[in-house]
Write a protein that binds this ligand. Structure first.
Ligand code: PLP
Length: 369
């Protein structure tokens, strides 16, 4: 039996005709970039993320770059983040001229360890950029407390976590992206809410900042050919926006299917299999379902033979990437991160898995581990 790591057909089959209809309308109208479809998406995303504003952009990576620019972060500034994430998190910081400062992660959630943040703060620190990895939010209460105490901004890299939830010590439950100054989403096809190309969004509750972010998206233009800032071309296509507006109402149901699959894994896997840890105050969207395993290479070989898709997110931590050599990190600097890169293995979790496929994964893993 073949169990792919991700198959998007189940997401697109039911809405195929609707999407083709939208293609056709947009093609007739020929408003290909920004415009009413993007306005609609922004209002849909803001509502979904429980924020006042959303600004659609060209990708999750560009959302991070524009967010940093919007908070005036650049040359000489330091941004605290994690090295156990997709490259774009630190790449964005570096590209605006700032320095990524990597803090180790918690071994259970894979998210930034708040107890290690303060030691990394210097007089150059401007911002903390937690990543809500694999669909689970980072522990935002202590992060926001530290940011407040040291007068730092917070950008949530929510690229993998749209719709994920965190219950704060104040008793309220918050959506990913709505707790910091700016939240950034990616609509890359394999994210829980993906489009048919590249796109992303920023969300914020700060109205003044929202306007600036909107201007930065379009070369810092305030009115036609008048530029208040040097922004970039971070614009989003109408076609991607229209597709996302069609898919968004179906998203919670798909999150639920992922959680159902995770629950089947949790009861099916034998005790010795180290399953994902989800904090009591978090509701994950399982962008990835990630185990910690021994003898990973051998296990991967056997899984491939059994037709079970799998992947390593991420094999090389960012502090040890060749392009960041000049930052001066060495092996051993972030022991938890480094050990996770050696043991993590992600399994199929997408909503379209059949019960038989889930059972095949369970039976195979129980036999192999
Ligand atoms: C996917 C991702 C990004 C980048 O998003 P793109 O849309 O691919 O540019 C940034 N951060 C994290 C954690 C991601 O997973």
């Amino acid at each position: 039996m073949h169990v792919p790591l991700l198959d998007l057909s189940f997401q697109y089959e039911p809405i195929r005709d609707q999407i083709i209809q939208e293609f056709s309308t947009i093609f007739d109208e020929k408003r290909f970039i920004l415009g009413p479809k993007v306005d609609q998406l922004e209002s849909d995303i803001a509502k979904y993320a429980s924020t006042k504003h959303a600004i659609g952009v060209s990708s999750g990576s560009d959302a991070l770059i524009a967010a940093l620019m919007g908070l005036d972060i650049g040359q000489g500034d330091e941004v605290i983040t994690t090295a156990f994430t997709f490259f774009a998190t630190a790449g964005a910081i570096y590209r605006v001229g700032a320095t990524p400062v990597f803090v180790d992660i918690l071994p259970d959630t894979f998210n930034i360890d708040p107890s290690k943040i303060e030691a990394a703060i210097t007089d150059k620190t401007k911002c903390i950029m937690p990543v809500h990895l694999f669909g689970q939010m980072a522990d935002m209460d202590p992060i926001l407390d530290i940011a407040k105490k040291h007068n730092l901004t917070v950008i949530e890299d929510s690229a993998q976590s749209i719709g994920s939830q965190y219950t704060s010590k104040d008793g309220n439950t918050y959506k990913a992206g709505s707790m910091g100054d700016i939240g950034c989403f990616s609509f890359f096809p394999s994210k829980n809410l993906g489009c048919c190309g590249d796109a992303g969004a920023m969300v914020t509750n700060n109205t003044e900042l929202a306007l600036k972010l909107k201007q930065l998206r379009n070369h810092g233009e305030t009115k036609r050919y008048h530029h208040k800032y040097v922004g970039g071309n971070f614009r989003i296509d109408a076609i991607q926006a229209a597709i996302l507006s069609i898919k968004l109402p179906l998203l919670d149901e798909q999150h639920e299917l992922r959680r159902k699959n995770a629950a089947l894994y949790a009861t099916g896997f034998k005790d010795s299999i180290q399953k994902p840890f989800i904090a009591n105050n978090c509701k994950t969207i399982y962008n990835q379902y990630t185990l910690k395993v021994k003898d990973r290479e051998q296990l991967q070989e056997k899984l491939n033979e059994a037709g079970i898709g799998n992947a390593i997110y991420y094999p090389v931590p960012l502090h040890l990437q060749e392009c960041f050599e000049s930052l001066g990190y060495k092996k051993g600097d972030l022991p938890v991160t480094e050990s996770c890169t050696e043991t993590v293995l992600s399994l199929p979790i997408f909503g379209g898995l059949t019960d038989a496929q889930v059972q095949h994964v369970i039976d195979t893993l129980n036999k192999l581990i």
